[in-house]
Design a protein around this ligand. Structure first.
Ligand code: PMV
Length: 300
């Protein structure tokens, strides 16, 4: 028997970093996925073949944890395939872990609810990464746009006018080192950073309302304000700032870095009429356009 699963990558829309400290964020699944094929192994060894994944540690850990948890002694073989490269910050590690756990559960004949799957994957990721909010895991499991706060998940309907342009800055950021950087800042200047997080949290709540009422101009303004607060957290880069600035000048409703910062991607919220202009402006500022859009489908 071969089991086939897939899980989407993600984009952080609002609230990154603060979410690690229990504040809310909004995260979206995208139409780029990681696929896994799992079967029982015929050579007495667990085997992972993962060309499209940066590092197999997450999948290796998924196999270890699942076998221990469900008392499985038989070996399995997992093969991955990816719609996107692991180096652009779309969450390949969490998507591959979600797809792997789902595949193993199916192979082991175990039914997991979405929340059980979320909890299991979050635990597996924390075993390796030590820190992380789990927001990326939530997007990968549930799909669509997710409001996430300390493991609590609420789905938000995607309004028809919601349209993003994604620009890749050309450099890869190491999420864990940026989480550590913020944690150090938090230790050194706690009062000030608490205030910044409060402000980010308030923007996220307003952004949720703006999304729910299909108010894109307001959402855009909130995204840009979120970017300014992330600049104060020292996680932006001149390249990301230039791409954000260029998008705004070209008429985007709003723009911000997406994710841990230090590189990876930025996102711009645009009306249909400004799409081409904003795409061009991001490219002119040195960014590469990544063609992804928000997708309703979670793990399957
Ligand atoms: O770098 P990314 O895209 O995986 O996003 C990280 C988001 C953080 O809030 C910085 C960390 C987290 O675990 O939520």
């Amino acid at each position: 028997m071969t089991v086939k699963t897939s899980a989407p990558g993600k984009l952080l829309l609002m609230g990154e970093h603060a979410v690690v400290y229990g504040y809310p964020c909004i995260v979206a699944a995208v139409d780029k996925r990681i696929y896994i094929e799992a079967k029982w192994s015929d050579n007495n060894k667990d085997k992972v073949i993962a060309p499209g994944v940066k590092n197999t540690v997450f999948i290796d850990m998924a196999i270890k944890v699942m076998k221990e948890k469900y008392d499985i002694t038989q070996e399995s073989e997992l093969k991955t395939l990816s719609d996107f490269p692991p180096n652009i910050g779309l969450g390949s590690s969490s998507a591959s872990t979600v797809a792997a756990v789902k595949a193993l559960a199916t192979l082991f004949n175990i039914t997991l609810s979405q929340s059980q799957l979320f909890n299991l994957v979050h635990t597996i990721i924390l075993k390796i990464q030590k820190k992380g909010s789990g927001a990326d895991v939530a997007a990968s499991v549930y799909g669509g746009v997710v409001y996430f706060k300390s493991g609590l998940i609420a789905k938000i309907n995607i309004p028809s006018s919601f349209s993003l342009i994604i620009g890749y800055s050309g450099s890869k950021a190491d999420t864990v080192s940026y989480i550590k950087k913020v944690s150090q800042l938090y230790t050194e200047r706690r009062k000030e950073i608490d205030k910044l997080f409060d402000q980010i949290g308030a923007l996220v709540e307003k952004a949720k309302k703006a999304l729910e009422s299909n108010d894109m101009p307001t959402l855009g303004t909130l995204m840009t304000q979120n970017h300014q607060l992330l600049q104060k957290l020292n996680v932006s880069t001149p390249q990301l700032d230039a791409m954000v600035e260029a998008s705004l000048t070209a008429g985007a409703w709003g723009a911000k870095l997406s994710g841990a910062g230090g590189g990876d991607c930025m996102i711009a919220l645009v009306s249909e009429s400004k799409r081409d202009k904003v795409r061009y402006a991001i490219e002119k500022a040195g960014g590469r356009i990544i063609n992804v859009s928000v997708d309703k489908r979670g793990v399957r």
